[in-house]
Design a binder for this molecule. Structure first.
Ligand code: CA
Length: 186
């Protein structure tokens, strides 16, 4: 499944270009932003399917860009960090990133993460039959729109089910009212 739009946010033009060319070679559409503010405006104009976001950016840093993107969108975000400090990784995940990659990275690994994140996101629209969501004692079977708690089926309205599925697809993540409205009521 190719052709997805991937926004690459990186101020080091050599790295940005390396990623962009690699993604295009793999059949993706790639856009590059060299700083945080232009990343936000590109993302607003052409909503990407995934964002590769460097933490170290001039001006608005990657964490802040991540927070702002996250405030209005659940686009998958893959953070690039030059530092292998646990604190930085945690900060990235706290800011709403879905995954991170430590520089220098192998391009094949970046591709694998990209594919995994896109697959996870794609699951919302074309749910594989074996797709099951679990959180604590809750289990959801999206293909059947069935929810169970401790193996007992829950009697939910369609909207209640949609809301529960939305939350379970974004575990431990704060969803804004706008995002919830947008997803449930279009
Ligand atoms: Ca950088």
């Amino acid at each position: 499944m190719a052709g997805e739009i991937i926004l690459v946010v990186e101020d080091e033009t050599k790295i940005a270009d390396f990623i962009r060319r690699g993604l295009i070679y793999e059949g993706y559409q790639a856009q590059v932003a060299n700083d945080g503010l232009s990343a936000l405006s590109v993302a607003r104009d052409t909503p990407p399917d995934l964002v590769v976001l460097d933490v170290m950016l001039p001006g608005l840093d990657g964490l802040e860009v991540c927070r702002r993107l996250r405030a209005g969108s659940d686009v998958p975000i893959l953070m690039l960090t030059a530092r292998d400090a646990v604190r930085d990784r945690v900060a990235g995940l706290d800011a709403g990133a879905d995954d991170y990659l430590v520089k220098p990275f192998d391009f094949d690994e970046l591709l694998a993460r990209v594919r995994a994140l896109l697959r996870r996101r794609g699951g919302r629209d074309e749910t594989p039959v074996d797709d099951v969501l679990r959180f604590n004692d809750l289990t959801l079977y999206p293909a059947q729109r069935l929810a169970q708690r401790s193996s007992r089926s829950l009697d939910l309205t369609a909207k209640e089910y949609d809301l529960l599925e939305l939350f379970m697809r974004h575990p431990r993540q704060v969803l804004t009212r706008d995002v919830i409205y947008d997803r449930l009521w279009g």
